[in-house]
Design a binder for this molecule. Structure first.
Ligand SMILES: NC(=O)c1ccc[n+]([C@@H]2O[C@H](COP(=O)([O-])OP(=O)(O)OC[C@H]3O[C@@H](n4cnc5c(N)ncnc54)[C@H](O)[C@@H]3O)[C@@H](O)[C@H]2O)c1
Length: 348
């Protein structure tokens, strides 16, 4: 198979886990544990090649990619020791991506000028651009999405800025035969899919949902940023949860709490309550413990390969259906079961 050439925006924890995971499965081609789809449209994980990367932190800009991923504040559970890379992390435009509260420790802004992102993407041969910017960086996300378009690249929006659910942006990409997937990647076993599955079960069993509370405790750079800029993330989560409920049910709640430690461990506390037979109450409480960043990697490897399949099969107009299975806030919400079926139908 052809290699799928990928550029990364934001060499943070998610990028680190993704790169280490691609290396792990490439070195162990028989290993299928941890993969929802060992192959997607015939593509294996080893067919994914990272060809370019952008950041704004002086500890990462100008470094080789295998060194940059190890720099603070990145701190995830190591999946594998990656091979030396020849890719030098380029300085991207900052725009609205750094909040003052993150400057002390989480981002040390580089004083180098930004490169021309579209020209750099073109030169790298990238086909797919992965957006891992901090949540709330709308201006920066739009600028990178436009640069991807100008360079003829598809775009996967792993954060909540409205791109994959905006008809204007969807049209801009599909008119050029490119794919836009978004918004906000749904982790492999994250709070959203677990919470959503419980709500779907309540509805399938005839309940009225009277309470649905999700509290996410995390200590990484993403959670520090989310402590100050939670709105877009909470909206994506609440939209995803609300989409499996009906008018008679309560509106679900999702909250983000920073735990004041720099580690990637995350705990989500879920509480769902409802009325069953005879309007008698029943509830479920779940504690989910996970490593935040590998949890997104398991889905991003599917997203990258799905983009390639949509282009190979010349069905870029079906991008929104792929987003329904892998994004918290896609253009069109579907049930977990339906979206899984559609993903398999399109990519097989
Ligand atoms: N499971 C998950 O971790 C998960 C799930 C869904 C969505 N997300 C979203 O993915 C995004 C990335 O998460 P993360 O944990 O890797 O965050 P992170 O803070 O570890 O990484 C962000 C990286 O972006 C860099 N950056 C900041 N501004 C930039 C700019 N203008 N140009 C280029 N790089 C820039 C930072 O220096 C940092 O290296 C967040 O928006 C997060 O909400 C994460």
């Amino acid at each position: 198979m052809d290699k799928i050439k990928v550029a990364i925006i934001g060499v943070g924890n998610c990028a680190k886990s993704l790169i280490e995971g691609i290396h792990f499965y490439s070195q162990n081609p028989q290993e299928t544990v941890g993969l929802i789809h060992p192959t997607v449209g015939g593509y294996s994980i080893s067919d994914i090649e990272i060809v370019e990367a952008f950041d704004v932190d002086e500890r990462k800009v100008g470094k080789l990619l295998h060194e940059a991923v190890t720099m603070e504040p990145n701190r995830t559970m190591i999946i594998s020791e990656i091979s030396p890379s020849k890719i030098i992390v380029k300085r991207g435009p900052t725009l609205d991506s750094i909040i003052d509260e993150n400057r002390k420790y989480f981002i040390h802004e580089s004083n180098k000028p930004s490169v021309d992102v579209a020209a750099t993407l073109k030169q790298s041969g990238a086909e797919v651009v992965l957006n891992y910017l901090p949540t709330g960086s709308d201006e920066a996300a739009f600028a990178y999405a436009q640069a991807a378009l100008d360079a003829g690249c598809s775009f996967i929006n792993c954060m909540p800025t409205k791109l994959g659910r905006d008809e204007k942006w969807i049209a801009k990409f599909s008119q050029k035969g490119l794919v836009l997937l978004g918004d906000d990647i749904k982790s492999q076993l994250g709070a959203t899919i677990v919470n959503r599955s419980i709500l779907e079960l309540f509805k399938r069993r005839g309940f009225r949902v009277t309470q649905s509370d999700q509290t996410n405790f995390g200590g990484n750079a993403d959670h520090h940023n989310l402590h100050y800029r939670p709105d877009a993330k909470e909206e994506c989560k609440e939209t995803s949860l609300g989409s499996v409920l009906s008018k008679e049910d309560v509106k679900p709640n999702a909250r983000m709490i920073y735990t004041e430690k720099n580690y990637d461990h995350k705990r989500a506390s879920l509480f769902v309550m409802g009325e069953m037979f005879g309007k008698v109450p029943a509830s479920v409480q779940v504690i989910l413990d996970d490593e935040d960043s590998p949890n997104s990697g398991g889905i991003v490897v599917d997203a990258i390969r799905a983009v390639k399949v949509l282009i190979d099969k010349n069905v870029v107009d079906r991008a929104a259906e792929i987003s329904a299975s892998i994004m918290k806030a896609p253009y069109k919400q579907m049930s977990e079961e339906d979206s899984y079926g559609v993903f398999s139908e399109i990519t097989n």
